[in-house]
Design a binder for this molecule. Sequence first.
Ligand code: NAD
Length: 526
Amino acid sequence: MRMLMNNLDPEVAEHPDELVVYGGTGKAARNWSSFDAMVRTLRTLKDDETMLVQSGKPVGVMQTHEWAPRVLLANSNLVGDWANWEEFRRLEALGLTMYGQMTAGSWIYIGTQGILQGTYETFAAVAAKKFGDTLAGTITLTAGLGGMGGAQPLAVTMNGGVAICVDCDERSIDRRVEHRYLDVKADSLDHALQLAVAARDKREPLSIGVLGNAAVLVPQLLAMDAPIDIVTDQTSAHDPLAYLPIGVDFHDMKQLAKDKPAEFTQRARESMAKHVEAMVGFQDKGAEVFDYGNSIRGEAQLAGYARAFDFPGFVPAYIRPLFCEGKGPFRWAALSGEASDIAKTDQAILDLFPENESLARWIKLAGERVRFQGLPARICWLGYGERHLAGERFNAMVADGTLAAPIVIGRDHLDCGSVASPYRETEAMADGSDAIADWPLLNAMVNVASGASWVSIHHGGGVGMGRSIHASQVTVADGTALAGEKVRRVLTNDPGMGVIRHVDAGYDRADEIAEERGVRIPMRES
Ligand code: NAD
């Protein structure tokens, strides 16, 4: 209940009044009466009962048992042939479904920090691949400063680089400045470029927000021959009704999308084609270019742009080796609301994994630079054989009173073994199994069987309808022995799914991890 409420805390959610948490239209509850009914039910739910939630609406309470999840959720799922935006919106308008995004409908969104660490890791991987382990002396161009995209400027500056970030909504820019994710707002594109070049020449980190439409400004920068080294994008391109088309005033966007969705979609896709064409243009000039998981290539292709997939998605380019180790976005929140609880868990992570330098660098930077939104929370990427150690330690710290209240432990759906998403997490799998969606379903079932506190299965998420199926688990460490057992099993088996997923797809690194850390693979046993 605290996490449902936290998702909708005005400090956390992008549009709390509409129950929208992040990612265009990602919601935590279908409507306010559903929200009220869920809170009412959760207040009285017994230890052997489970509330069922169908796309943001509570539909039943069943007697289960104390190892069973207290809540089971299914969000935005549609049968294959019907899994498109048009049908989804028809059903949404009838009040029958809602868009759950990833952590919006599964109540484990922790604000922009949630994506910050993954974004930091991605830019660190870009630096390692091409720029000698630092982004100092480079300029990154991106767009989208929303709930997720807002992490980009800070992730770039944490890696020493300069970032120019375009957004068409001044509020998004101002909010990131206020939260210290973005350093400055430029007056114009020329001003942004001047500031960027000056900082780059001094090898100083700086992030610059600039107001405008990326479909206009990115091609403009290309035409100006701007010295850009890295290009990506995190506008809400996965949902063509959330991407501002060229020629539409930002203030008219919502109304036009509502009144003329088909025309708006067409215009948005054509604009995305222009945007992607410019990104390919930068790649042709030697820049490092990647899709940041928002389906902009797929939308540009739908508009007829033939070279849309000329640049890769960020997972095959930088993240897959981590997935082979069961590594992914482990996160936790302090139900006490006390920042000091997170400081203590930060120290616990440093004590548990003293040999992991990049983890230590992240925890230190996060402690200094991340401003909490809503309940104090932390994220860091941990792998198979690591996550459960952290979970057990947190549970022990709740038990002995070191922490003031229980810790909620979950993760993003963008994890090693919990997603089928051919444009993102499972793009270009070694065995071609990109679209096989049995894995996230097995992941959800394993988490239910292992004792997670709430488990969900979603469709759509960050890449849009018809393009992904993914699962989530969240487990509460309340300091009891039972919670300790649940945490150990869930946080072993959940990343274990990532290892077996990648063993099955033929990745040698996953084989090594399975061998080294004792993950059983029946087809390898005699
Ligand atoms: P959001 O809706 O909170 O923010 C999107 C931002 O894009 C808004 O500020 C909006 O004003 C801006 N925008 C829309 N059209 C624009 C245009 N033409 N020019 C400039 N700005 C424009 O969304 P979010 O939560 O930040 O997510 C952004 C995208 O990233 C989504 O598609 C989401 O699904 C995807 N995503 C990626 C990851 C990842 O790991 N890479 C994770 C989650 C979500």
